[in-house]
Design a protein. Structure first.
Lengths: 212, 199
């Protein structure tokens, strides 16, 4: 279904557990819908296991295993994790059932935004939801630093192509784009920004502080 | 164990000696099997903790990983991952959790580590693609032995030392582009790169 995938290097950093939570969230949302990338991550997880096996070993303390058994015996009734109940998707956990009903803040024209950085108190990155009304246009802008985006609903198009639901895209300073929401749904994206964006149109420059 | 299960488990058993042990722990809480897994994997996990900068918590991480293995082993499905891969993902998640706990303020966390990093087999809806998964670990081992040392070094730093590609570049004093191309070459041989975008 999806046509724009995370690159192998990002998947490797994900598999190694080195990504920040917001970045891992973007990857995880894509993986949940993309068997192709999930199978790449399976291979990378196996690479992790092989790396761990080929590194030096350090012997554990003599009492380590006894301690473990003592702990197991002391908490016999500890409930096994329930696999049967379907997990809520991380998106539902974060944002509830309907992302259309969030307290969106109208920005310029067709664009609404919602800053959800406070959901990730340990991180310094900005995490922003953006909504472009169906058929709407966003003002031309470039990005400072990297912006990782996943499409949560609808689709948008720019010079590089059409980005559908669960497509994954990374933009940087070189990418000036002017996204248009295509299809009959509002387009909602989740972005992790390492720096605010920069408007490039003549008029919109003065509005710059109001757009991220 | 039924005959059918034996037939299914047999070829796997030869390739992955740890899978059947993990299944025994899951099905019958077999402590001898658990001990054998501990003997093999605990020293790996302890090194993993130390190389990740958790030297003073290394024994603790080993304990947490093995408690998790005990509790989750009933969910282990050899068709979804080799035992060592499954254990690696548990060690990784426990390491992430430990680092989170260490720097956690009083702030309430909206999502758990396992919402973001899945353990293979946790999601029942996930289709079983056993052939691919069984192949991959053996193939990786074989391909890895053919890689030049400089590529293995970079991968080891990413997996074992919790380092980003940028940090690896800084440490080895080589350009970021060189690190990335070494990783790409390695992943290419490991067949992870199937259709990277031309970005």
């Amino acid at each position: 279904m999806t046509r724009h995938h995370p690159d192998s290097l990002s998947l490797m950093e994900y598999s190694a557990g080195n990504l920040s939570q917001p970045h891992a969230l973007c990857i995880k949302l894509h993986l949940d819908q993309c068997p192709h990338c999930r199978s790449r991550v399976d291979t990378l997880d196996s690479l992790g296991a092989v790396m761990m096996d080929q590194q030096p070993k350090v012997s554990v303390s003599d009492t380590s295993f006894e301690q473990l058994l003592a702990r197991i015996d002391s908490v016999p009734a500890e409930a096994a994790p329930a696999a049967k109940t379907p997990r809520l998707s991380p998106l539902q956990k974060l944002l509830g059932e309907d992302i259309n009903q969030l307290p969106w803040k109208r920005q310029l024209g067709d664009v609404s935004v919602l800053d959800i950085s406070d959901k990730f108190p340990e991180q310094n990155e900005r995490v922003v939801l953006q909504k472009l009304v169906a058929g709407g246009k966003a003002p031309a802008h470039t990005h400072r630093g990297n912006e990782t985006t996943i499409v949560l609903q609808g689709a948008f198009a720019d010079q590089k192509g059409v980005f559908n639901q669960w497509d994954f895209v990374v933009l940087n300073e070189q990418d000036e784009h002017k996204p248009v929401a295509v299809g009959c749904e509002d387009c909602i994206t989740l972005s992790v920004l390492s720096a605010p964006l920069k408007l490039t149109g003549t008029f919109t420059r003065m509005l710059n502080p109001f757009i991220r | 164990m039924t005959t059918l299960e034996q037939q299914k488990a047999k070829p796997e058993g030869r390739k992955d000696p740890w899978g059947p042990l993990l299944e025994k722990v899951g099905k019958t809480q077999d402590r001898a099997a658990y001990h054998a897994l501990f003997e093999h994997f605990a020293p790996q996990i302890k090194y993993y903790a130390i190389s990740n900068g958790l030297a003073s918590h290394a024994e603790e991480l080993v304990q947490e990983v093995f408690i998790s293995i005990w509790r989750r082993s009933c969910l282990y499905d050899w068709r979804k991952a080799a035992a060592s891969t499954w254990i690696f993902t548990i060690a990784r998640n426990q390491r992430i959790d430990m680092l989170r706990k260490m720097k956690r303020s009083s702030a309430e966390m909206a999502i758990e580590t396992e919402d973001l990093w899945q353990i293979p087999g946790d999601n029942e809806d996930e289709p079983v693609t056993s052939l691919h998964r069984l192949m991959s670990e053996r193939r990786i081992r074989e391909s890895l032995s053919l890689l030049p040392e400089e590529q293995i070094t970079v991968i080891a730093k990413v997996y074992m030392e919790h380092k980003s590609h940028q940090m690896v570049a800084d440490e080895l004093e080589i350009p970021l582009g060189t690190v990335k191309s070494r990783v790409r070459l390695a992943l290419n041989k490991l067949k992870v790169i199937l259709q990277d975008q031309n970005v």
